[in-house]
Each structure stands twice: as C-alpha cells, then as structure tokens.
Design a protein around this ligand. Structure first.
Ligand code: OGA
Ligand code: MN
Length: 299
C-alpha cells in the first residue's frame, strides 16, 4: 500500500509504493488528495511514466488547463507542457524561463489552479549537486503567523492579480526573449480579483492567497496603503521560516498545491546544463465541489 513520509518541515512529503502509470483506486486517491492538501507538496520518486500517463494521473484532481498562449506542448497532448532550456536545431523545445521568481500559478485567472504536477526527465547537476531547485513557501503557516491587526484589516478583502505583472518582470531580465503582451493577449487575460484569505476546501485551513508575482493592489484601498500592505505581505510570506526546497532527482513526479504554497524556480544553471520537465496544471474546479473535498483522507 502507498506510503506517505512527511519531511521534517511544515511542507513536503514523499509518497512511495505507488506506480503512477496505473489507474488510482479510490482509497489511494483519498490518501493522495489528503496528503497534497495537508503537506502542500508531495514527491513521488522514481516514476517511469510517459506524457499520457502524466496527463491521466493529473486529471484525477480536476480539469487540466491548456495554455493557449504557449506553443511548448507535447505533440498530440496539449495538456502537457514542456519546460526546458534544451534546443534542437537551434530551436527551443520548451519554455525556458517558467516561474523564475515567487508566484502562484494562475492566480491571475478567474478560475484558479489547484495543483501542478511536474515530471523531471533531465535535471542539471554541477559538482554532484542538482541545479534548478524549486523553492516553496508555506501559505498556511504564513496565514497563521500574520499579526492580528493585519489579519483584521484584511478580513474580507480582495486583491487584484494581473498576468502582465510577472510577464513584465521577466521581460526586464537581461537576455529575455519575451515580447510585450499584445493588446489581444491582455484582453484575454484581464486583471481579476480574489480574496486575500481563502479557506482550503480539503484541509479546512486558511491560506494567504496573494503573491508577489501577480498581486498588484488591494481592492478599494488608497494606493499607498495598498502598496505598503502588499509589500509587507510579500516580505512576510517569502521569509525563510516558511520555506521548503525541492532538489530534483530524475524520475521525480512533484505535485504541489497552489493554495497552500508559493513557488520559485531557481535559474542557477547554464544553457549547456540541460533541464527537461513535463508538466500538467490542474484547475481548482473539482476542488471547490464539496463532494470532491470530502473524499480526502484526513491527515
Ligand atoms: C511552474 C513553475 C517551476 C520549476 O511549472 O509553474 O513555476 O521549477 N515551474 O520548473
Ligand atoms: Mn509556476
């Protein structure tokens, strides 16, 4: 039977004695859903799965997003995106700069994401140590540790999230090949509002759902106060005490909960140090269905 071994941090667990190439039975699914929500990040080491099996496993947790703006998809499987710095015949085979600063996937979208599922195929190394770690921050603990007055002021507040914020930040980096978003792209991804605090439907715990990548203002607040509060939240939520680092091993399937965590991909490897990851993104549609959340085993 599947084994869940928590890390010694507030986030993270390893899940072993499971083959993700095979369909999940109900009991195993209940354990995985509960573990994901409780630990925020679960790693399934040594998985031998192809892109279709990655997709089928991910689809147990909700509708999979198809990123229309992105051409780096697995042929014939638009739900599987390719993250890589590898070039073939001079052409990139994947998106090479995904997530390289603190953010939450899809917080800029009306329909938010529940989870990301990444399968590591090539992991760069130098002097025996892996490069391209993915860092996380625990948004349950960040919420719990907020000063009372901040929590009171933000009770019921919403914040605006804008896709263009992170895009522009990436564009300002030296060597970026990103073009400004076109008016049409901006129309497709208009800024949206979400509550600053969300209750996680599975764990029942509250999270701080704002992030430096996309949150641009607290709705209805004067500009200066909004900016000061967001700067405080960004500093608070990324502080060391909430962090967890995933060091990749080839074969890892890493799944994280986008309500419970923020993440940041470390770009500490060179162009000739190759990284290849396949990824699915699970939307939070089923997550907010009470019958779904109820299936999870409690942790
Ligand atoms: C992502 C992302 C992190 C990484 O897939 O959303 O941010 O380490 N990737 O590749
Ligand atoms: Mn990301």
């Amino acid at each position: 039977m599947v084994t869940v071994t928590p890390s010694d941090k507030s986030l993270g667990a390893r899940v072993t004695d499971i083959d993700l190439a095979r369909p999940l039975d109900e009991r195993t699914f209940a354990i995985l859903l509960g573990a994901l929500a409780h630990y925020g990040i679960v790693c399934f080491p040594s998985q031998k799965i192809d892109a279709r099996q990655l997709r089928d496993f991910s689809a147990n947790f909700g509708t999979l997003e198809v990123n229309v703006a992105n051409s780096y998809q697995e042929p014939g499987l638009p739900e599987v995106m390719i993250l890589s710095n590898i070039k073939q015949n001079g052409k990139p085979i994947g998106l090479s700069d995904a997530g390289q600063d603190w953010h939450t996937d899809m917080s800029y979208s009306k329909d938010i994401a529940f989870a990301n599922v990444l399968h590591a195929i090539k992991v760069p190394h130098r002097n025996g140590a892996p490069l391209g770690n993915t860092e996380f921050a625990d948004m349950y603990s960040a919420y719990d540790a907020l000063p009372d007055d901040v929590r009171q002021r933000l009770e019921g507040a919403t914040a605006t999230h804008d896709f263009n914020k992170f895009w522009e930040e990436m564009r300002r980096r030296p060597g970026s090949s990103r073009a400004p978003l076109t008016p049409e792209q901006r129309r497709q991804k208009p800024p949206v509002s979400h509550p600053v605090f969300l209750k996680h439907p599975v764990s029942g715990r509250r999270v701080l759902y704002a992030n430096p990548g996309y949150a641009i203002s607290i709705d209805g607040w004067p500009e200066r106060e909004s900016e000061e509060m967001l700067n405080f939240l960004f500093e608070h939520q990324t502080s060391d005490r909430f962090r967890y680092i995933h060091r990749w091993t080839e074969g890892d399937v890493l799944m994280w909960d986008d309500l419970a965590t923020l993440h940041n991909a470390k770009p500490d490897y060179r162009e000739d140090e190759h990284r290849l990851i396949k990824r699915c993104q699970v939307m939070a549609d089923r997550l907010f269905d009470p019958n779904f959340a109820q299936k999870a085993q409690a942790f």
